[in-house]
Each structure stands twice: as C-alpha cells, then as structure tokens.
Write a protein that binds this ligand. Structure first.
Ligand SMILES: [Ca+2]
Ligand SMILES: [Ca+2]
Length: 168
C-alpha cells in the first residue's frame, strides 16, 4: 500500500549517501579515516601552521566519539550537517570549531587564527588583512561590547550566516 510513492527527497539522499560512501571507501578502505587521510581526502597539502591546526580542530569536531578516527557514520553526520543542517545546528558546530580551547567563548585570537587558516586554504586575495577582518567581524558579533574580547554562542547566533559568507 502506497509503496510506489516514495518521496523524492529520500531517494535523493539515498543516492547521495551512496555516492559519498563510495568515495569514502575508495579513499579509506579501512573505513576509518585518520587525520592524515582526512587531509588527503580534501586534497590539502603543504598547509601553513595555522591552516593545519584549523584542519586538526575540524577533524576533532567530526570525531564525535574521540577515538582518533572518523568512521563512516561520523563522516555522514558531518556531511549532512554541512550540506543540510539547520542554521542552529551549523552554528553550534562552527562555534565548536572556532572555540579551540573549548572554554565556551570565542576570543579575538581564536577568530583571527581561523580567518588566517581559512584564507591560507582558499588561497585567494582579499582587500583586508586578517587582522582588520577579524576586528570588523568581532565588533559586529560582540554585541554587548563588554570589552572582554570574547564572544559567546548567543552573540554569534544572530550573525553566523554573515560571517560564513564573508570568510569565504
Ligand atoms: Ca571516531
Ligand atoms: Ca575559547
């Protein structure tokens, strides 16, 4: 009954997951991605120190059970978050990614490092220096202007979309 009317969205996702699974198993036959393989997977070589630590931080946020590997389930969870996640979920993820020392606040220094890293990876020219850009973003998100040079997830919430677009 009604089994011929499967939803297009689900079909698409199944096809997509299959595609990603094939890619994953080709690049990583063991089914567990190490940090080194993770970098290869995304074609990242010869990164600067800042870019490297950004990638390592990203790896840690994907490795949800903290065993030092990204397995297929973690990989799919990460992909679906990046590709389809709701803004709130993405926000939490980005926040975790940016909050390198995990103290629940993003300070200016953490933000600067991320911006330097993203620029190093993207490798294109920008009108502003990373420092100028960081200050501009930070002044915008530090809405309570408490001068602590750090921001919490509440402050970032309203503006994360903007930041993502700008950083790219
Ligand atoms: Ca893991
Ligand atoms: Ca922090």
């Amino acid at each position: 009954m009604g089994n011929t009317s499967s939803s297009t969205v689900d079909d698409l996702q199944a096809v997509e997951i299959h595609h990603w699974y094939k890619k994953f198993m080709t690049e990583c036959p063991s089914g567990q991605l190490t940090l080194h393989e993770f970098k290869q997977f995304f074609g990242l070589r010869g990164l600067s120190g800042e870019a490297n630590s950004y990638i390592e931080q990203m790896f840690r946020t994907f490795d949800m059970n903290k065993d030092g590997y990204i397995d297929f389930m973690e990989y799919v969870a990460a992909l679906s978050l990046v590709l389809r996640g709701k803004i709130e979920q993405k926000l939490r993820w980005y926040f975790k990614l940016y909050d390198v020392d995990g103290n629940g606040c993003i300070d200016r220094h953490e933000l600067l490092n991320i911006i330097k890293a993203v620029r190093a990876i993207n490798g294109c020219d920008h009108d502003t220096t990373p420092e100028e850009f960081t200050n501009r973003v930070f002044d915008k998100i530090d809405v309570n202007g408490d001068g602590k040079n750090q921001t919490t997830i509440q402050n970032v919430r309203c503006d994360i979309k903007n930041i993502q677009i700008n950083v790219r």
